[in-house]
Design a protein around this ligand. Structure first.
Ligand code: 48H
Length: 294
């Protein structure tokens, strides 16, 4: 069970799907399967979890590698953390490795994070510079399981369509079912409040673009706007990622590809150490900000 820094038990409050919700049936008893019970179990479990995560310590937009790693470290530190993902599958752009060859490359510094998630790596024989290769399917699944087991909640099939801002600071996310967006239905969204938010939406840096659209050029970048990512340069892009994973608007942080997109860093292709290190660096900066605000 996760423990808040102050020692509060977390499972029960967070609407865990692992809570015991009914009497155990006696061994040997025939199991009666009622369709209505199946439906009710799914609805109640999901709604319990969603409704107990409407006031978050940290909301993360996007369940790509950087969002999952950030979610893992924040949940492990005891913060109520939820990740909202537009797609059915979580893991963002990591499944496909490089050009659909399901391998990713990781540099030495990033390997420690994969080790922590139990992902196997082998030295890249062709590149004698401390580079390692991992199976992208194994790595993506492990990040996903790791984040969930650390206590982060993942809500997939939900799109963040707008931001809530009060007094010049980000306070929440406006969410809707992705199916509503896809079908172009006119259905009003709902809101999740968060003390801190991470934009981990990848190349499009969607949350930062929403802030820019709504608030004008107020981002902490040289132009106040999303700078746009630079051309491919793996070495420079990887280094810039960690530096750029920071607060870019009050209460709004960036991680992963969004960090370079917002601050004008280069892209880097299918080397993923920077994404993992960026998620971790961002989680550390959010943790420091949350602890300072206590
Ligand atoms: C809900 C949303 C929304 C929204 C987007 O693209 P990702 O994998 O992001 P990162 O930064 O963790 O990893 C980047 C990496 O995959 C990559 O693209 C690399 C290394 N590129 C290098 C190069 O040179 O091309 O994941 C972002 C996730 C996706 O799953 C989106 O579906 C999701 O965010 N998302 N979810 N609401 N508005 N926008």
């Amino acid at each position: 069970m996760q423990q808040e820094a102050g020692g509060q038990p977390r499972e029960a409050e967070c609407g865990s799907i692992y809570m015991k919700t009914g009497p155990a049936f006696a061994e040997g008893m025939p199991v009666r399967i009622e369709e209505a019970d199946i439906t009710k179990s799914i609805l109640n479990s999901y709604l319990r979890e969603l409704s107990s995560n409407l006031q978050l310590d940290v909301a993360i937009g996007g369940a790509g590698p950087s969002g999952l790693v950030a979610g893992y470290y924040l949940a492990r530190a005891g913060f109520r953390t939820a990740i909202f993902e537009r797609k059915l599958s979580v893991g963002g752009g990591m499944w496909g490795g490089g050009m659909m060859f399901n391998r990713i490359v990781i540099q030495e510094e990033g390997k420690a994070i994969l080790d922590e998630f139990g992902v196997r790596c082998e030295p890249a024989e062709e590149a004698p510079k401390g580079l390692h290769v991992a199976n992208s399917v194994e790595a993506t699944s492990a990040l996903c399981v790791g984040a969930l087991k650390a206590g982060a909640r993942i809500f997939n099939l939900i799109t963040i369509e707008d931001v809530a801002i009060r007094g010049g600071a980000m306070v929440g996310l406006v969410i809707n079912w992705s199916a509503v967006e896809m079908a172009k239905l006119h259905v009003d969204p709902m809101v999740v409040m968060a003390r801190k938010t991470i934009d981990a939406t990848g190349h499009d840096s969607e949350l930062c673009r929403m802030v820019e659209r709504k608030m004008g050029p107020k981002l902490r970048t040289p132009t106040g706007k999303v700078m746009g990512e630079g051309p491919m340069w793996a070495e420079k892009g990887e280094k810039a990622l960690v530096r750029n994973s920071k607060e870019v608007y009050p209460n709004l942080f960036v991680a992963g590809m969004a960090a370079n997109a917002v601050l004008g860093g280069p892209r880097m292709g299918p080397i993923f150490g920077g994404m993992l290190l960026s998620g971790k660096a961002c989680a550390e900066r959010v943790t420091a900000a949350l602890r300072q605000a206590r």
